[in-house]
Structure formats: C-alpha cells, structure tokens
Design a protein around this ligand. Structure first.
Ligand code: G6P
Length: 613
C-alpha cells in the first residue's frame, strides 16, 4: 500500500515526482524512491531511501539524476521489512526497467519461484519485484502492449503500478486492477498518480483509470486498453482539487492544529448539509419515498470511521427509529451477505479510499443494493463508485491520527438521523433546526474544554500518565464506542497499550486487571439511567484501589468525587455527549504522546489511507 507517482513530458520529471510524493506521503512513509531515464546518459537511474521522504530528499541532494520520464513511490510495507532494498522502485535483472506499485500481488511467491528457476536475480523480499522481472521477460519476446497484456494475465491480486524502462523510453506504463490510479493531462505533459492530489494545481483534466486498464502514457497523448487489448477512448473530466496544505500554522503538530480546527469543521459540515439544494436524499442517490420507507441501515468503516459509525448507530436508532448495524469493513466483506429490502448501505471513510471499505461498497453494489458514502474527499474512489454521497467539510486532514474527520462525521450522522426522522414523520422541521443548534453548541464546548484544561494537562497530567505503559478505557452505551476511539488514539500516537471494555463487562473478567500500574479511564454519559450504572462501575473500581480518571459532565459530582482525577465538560444534548468530549480526549492523548516525544503526525508502522486489504 503506497503512493505511486509518474511524469512524462516536456519538462524534467524529478521536481514533479518529488512534489507528488510529498503530497502522497499520507499513504505510507516507511521508505521512498525515485527513478528516471537520465537525460544525459539515457540510462535508467534509481535512488531510494529508508524512512520518511525527507531521507530521499537528502539522498538526492547533489545527485544530478533527472529526466523527462520518471516515477516515484512512498511505501507502506506489506511484503518485506522496512529497508532500502525493499523500497520501490524495483528493477529487473539488468536494471533497465523499474516499477512502483500499490497493492498486493497475491501469487508472487509462485511467480518468483518460476522466475528464479529461469535465473532472474531477485534483490528484495517484496511482491512488487516480480512485476519488473515479468516485464523484462515479456518485453524480450513481444512489443510493449502485448507484453503488458501477457503479464496482467499472470498477476493475481489488486494492484496499481507505474513502470518506465530503457526499451520504451518515452512512456510511463500505468496499470490498474483494484487499486486506484489516475492520469492528469497537461500541455505536452502527463501525470500519473494514486491520487489527484499529487498533481493538483498542475492540471485539472483527469482520467480515472477504469478497473483493469493498461495506459501507455506519452508526453502528448495517451493510449488506453482493457485487459483483453481492446482500445478504450475516454474523455477526461475536470476535477477541481487544490492542495490546501498551509503548513502547521504555528502549531507544533498537524494533529494539534486539526484538533483546534474541529469547531469550524463541524460548522462547515452542518452548513453544507443544511444548504444542499434538493435535500440530502437526492445526494444520497435516493428518493424521499425511499427514505420514508427505509427500514434498515448498515454502516461500514475502518478505524476511527468505524467508531464514528458505532456512535452514529445510537443517533439513527434513537432519533429515526431505524434499525442500524455497524460492521467493520474488513469483516463485512467475508461475512455471509443477506440483503434485505428497504435498506441502505453506507460507508464512512475520511479518505474515501480505504481498500476494505471500498471493496465492501463494490460487493454490496454487486448485489444490486443501494450504496452511499460519507467522506471528507469529494474526488475519492468511494464518491465515484457509490450511488450517492455526503461530504464532511473538515478540510484536509494531514495527521495520520484522525481528529476532525471523526467529529465532522459525528456531526454529519447526527444531522442525517434528524433528516431521516423528519422524512418519516417522527419529528417536525423545527426539531431538525434544533439539531443544527445543538451541534453548534457541542462544537463550542468541544473547543472550550481544551482551552480550559490545556495548560494543566500539558504541565502536570500528561507527563504523569505518560509514565504508564498500559491503560484500560471504559464506557457504557454511547460512551463505549467513544472509549474505543480514545483507546485507539492513545495506541496510535503514544504506543501505550490500551484496552477498552464496556464498563458493565468489567466484572466479568477484566476486573482482575485492576492494579496500581494500570490507570482506568472512564467516560460518562448524559443519560440518567446509564450514569447510575457508570457510578456503580466506578465504585467497583475504587473498591479494588484502581486508579480512576473520569471524563464527566458538570454536575456529575458523585462520579468526580470517586475519581483520582476528573475532567468535566459542560452538558449538551445527551446524544452529543461524545462529540462534546472529543476535543478534551484527543488533546489529553496528544499531550501524553508529546510528553513521550513520539512522532505524532506520522506514527510508526501506520499510514493515513490504507489502500490494501
Ligand atoms: C487508517 C488510519 C486511521 C483511519 C482508518 C480509516 O487505519 O490510520 O486513522 O481511521 O485508516 O480511514 P478512512 O480514510 O477510511 O476513514
């Protein structure tokens, strides 16, 4: 899983490829590499470096390597450890052909064995390298297109790859099956990339390669073929995407900046949804009647988006009285699929590119069921492939740990649940408008609570809790999925082990884990019945001398008095309790990771958008 970039055109490729890689680093940052057909020597040159892109920038310093045909790659490792030898581009035996790849070649072991028997020399542990050797072999026997048609028949799995080589000097070959790949068409220059962001600002004329396409990309023209060799003629579409990274704006990390952008993100999201010309249903690919008749909703996502969906389940079931199931995308795809009538399948994804979620959409669509997506990226694959979509207006999220995408998803789901309830005649228009006001109040509280505790967390609490190497997170009802998100945030950016449980489940086993070296973080709710249960759980913890930190609401004094440390937040509409607490929770976790000196925006082993299954 990775970012793929290519350039062929009137200019030298290196600066374009490197700029593209910088913008695609969210797809992986284990290592990076650049290859081109050198202008002076006309030979293939390739430079790679382990670690973040900055290391490749350093490796390229003082190296004259450049040419008008080039490719580059930023890696999130699947096969083979993080090392320069496993960084892309990979080359064939004679180092005349090089390949960058996003995806997984599932039958690479078999292909590697066969090629090794034919004396091909392998230098890496990756699946990708087989592509370079297959091309080497095929091109010695046939023309470029025929060679590519031969090898796509041999490759199994999902892949998007770019390839350049001395035998086909003026061309970048781009091949797509499953994983995304697009081509930007400029004036006597072409850009190839996993994401249009890579060339945003250079051209807005884009061809998204259809699945199972081979593109032979030349400076002034493009040849497209399907995997049977039939030529395709596609009209480019105008895609207005801009690269809006204005830096950290004075904040120490993107994550901190994005935590503080949540209030405006929530406001922008709700305003966008509220002002949709024909209401949300047309945008979701549905009629109002279909919305009225909706009996079940399935929400699918991964990571933080899955947590937002699980909180959203409470919105749809409580407000719109629609049965809602929430499924992890990586599980859903391989579960028995039992379609029902009057249902909607909705993906949640910040990026709109996560492979597991995208594959679920494709599978559901394949069964003829209605699909929609709630995403932050209007130009994403999920928007293009689902029947309808809604957007969160969080603005570009750079930090790998998701913050403002989560809170804007919650806002979007809360608002949609009200629109659905209205459509079903359960609430009037005034109640929908009230939801809008409730969201704005929650957004204010989200930010105010960070400001209120910022200093003391930074000075006192974060350094203290950074000393523990494990923690337990507890929640109940709507605060349970929220505690899952809190634990995920802590794991992602601090590397502290964090286990979450529904608080009521503690007594069924996990209570044995209570010990002085394991703080317990308990998240309260605003539902009176649930609050009483949470109080009992807090008592159980204290009876065993557990170290208890509570995230509560003002007025919940009994709970706060039981705790070793209590944070309080102003009350909001009960279902918005997690949204109101989001900022404080994220900041607390951020400050712990910062106290530990972790690379917060790019934690080890992670990537922002996971485009392999
Ligand atoms: C990766 C990221 C997570 C994110 C998840 C889902 O695992 O590290 O932060 O929540 O992908 O991403 P999506 O773009 O689909 O919301």
């Amino acid at each position: 899983m990775c970012g793929v970039v290519g350039y062929v055109g009137k200019n030298l490729s290196r600066s374009y490829v490197m700029q593209g890689l910088a913008r695609l680093e969210y797809r992986g940052y284990d290592s990076a590499g650049f290859a081109c057909l050198d202008e002076k020597t006309e030979k293939l040159g390739c430079i790679r470096a382990e670690g973040q892109l900055v290391n490749l920038v350093k490796a390229l310093e003082g190296q004259p390597l450049d040419g008008s045909v080039g490719i580059g790659h930023t890696r999130w490792s699947t096969h083979g450890v993080v090392a320069e030898r496993n960084a892309h581009p990979h080359v064939d035996c004679l180092k005349k052909i090089s390949v960058v790849h996003n995806g997984i070649i599932e039958n690479y072991q078999l292909l590697k064995e066969q090629l090794s028997k034919e004396n091909h020399l392998f230098r890496s542990e990756t699946d990708t390298e087989v592509i370079a050797h297959l091309i080497e072999k095929a091109i010695s026997q046939q023309g470029l297109l025929q060679a590519m048609l031969t090898i796509v028949k041999q490759l199994q799995g999902a892949y998007a790859f770019g390839c350049i080589g001395e035998p086909f000097k003026d061309t970048v070959v781009a091949v797509r099956k499953g994983s995304p790949l697009c081509i930007g068409i400029g004036d006597k220059e072409m850009f190839v990339a996993s994401d249009v962001l890579a060339f945003a600002g250079l051209t807005d004329q884009v061809i998204y390669l259809p699945d199972e396409t081979i593109a032979l990309v030349h400076a002034g023209f493009l040849e497209l073929y399907d995997f049977e060799g039939k030529q395709l003629f596609l009209v480019p579409q105008r895609v207005a995407v801009s690269w809006a990274n204005d830096g950290k704006n004075g904040y120490e990390h993107f994550m901190l900046k994005e935590i503080f952008e949540q209030k405006t993100g929530i406001q922008a999201t709700v305003s966008w949804l509220r002002e949709l010309e024909n209401g949300p249903w047309e945008h979701l690919g549905m009629t109002e009647t279909q919305a009225q008749e909706l009996e079940s909703l399935t929400l699918v996502g991964c990571g933080t988006s899955w947590h937002a969906a699980r909180i959203g389940q409470f919105f749809f079931e409580s407000i719109a009285k629609v049965r809602t199931s929430v499924v992890l995308a990586s599980e859903f795809r391989y579960m028995p699929f039992l379609p029902t009538g009057h249902s909607l399948y909705m993906a949640l994804s910040q990026s709109g590119e996560t492979a597991d979620t995208l594959e679920c959409l494709r599978m559901v669509k394949g069964h003829g069921c209605p699909t929609a997506v709630l995403t932050n990226v209007a130009s994403s694959s999920m928007v293009r492939e689902s029947d309808g979509y809604l957007l969160t207006k969080a603005g570009q999220e750079i930090s790998v740990a998701s913050t403002k995408a989560f809170s804007t998803q919650l806002a979007g789901l809360y608002w949609l649940a009200h629109e659905l309830a209205y459509q079903k005649g359960l609430i009037d228009r005034q109640a929908v408008e009230q939801a809008y006001d409730q969201l704005l109040v929650a957004a204010e509280i989200l930010e105010d609570s960070i400001t209120r505790y910022r200093e003391i967390i930074t000075q006192r609490y974060a350094p203290y809790y950074a000393q523990f190497d494990k923690a337990i997170f507890l929640g109940r009802s709507i605060s349970y999925p929220f505690c899952l998100e809190a634990a995920l945030k802590l794991k992602e950016i601090s590397y502290i082990f964090a286990q979450s449980y529904p608080a009521g489940e503690l007594k069924h086993g996990p209570i044995a884990l209570i010990a002085p070296d394991t703080p317990l973080f308990l998240f309260s709710t605003l539902e009176p019945v649930i609050y009483q249960k949470i109080l009992s759980n807090a008592q159980e913890i204290k009876a065993r001398h557990g170290h208890l930190v509570v995230f509560a609401f003002e007025g919940q004094d009994e709970l706060c008095q039981l705790a070793d440390l209590a944070f309080t937040v102003k009350p909001v509409a009960p279902l918005l309790a997690p949204l109101a607490m989001t900022g404080l929770m994220q900041f607390f976790v951020y400050a712990i990771a910062d106290a530990l000196g972790r690379p917060i925006d790019k934690p080890r082993h992670l990537a922002k958008s996971v485009t392999v299954e």
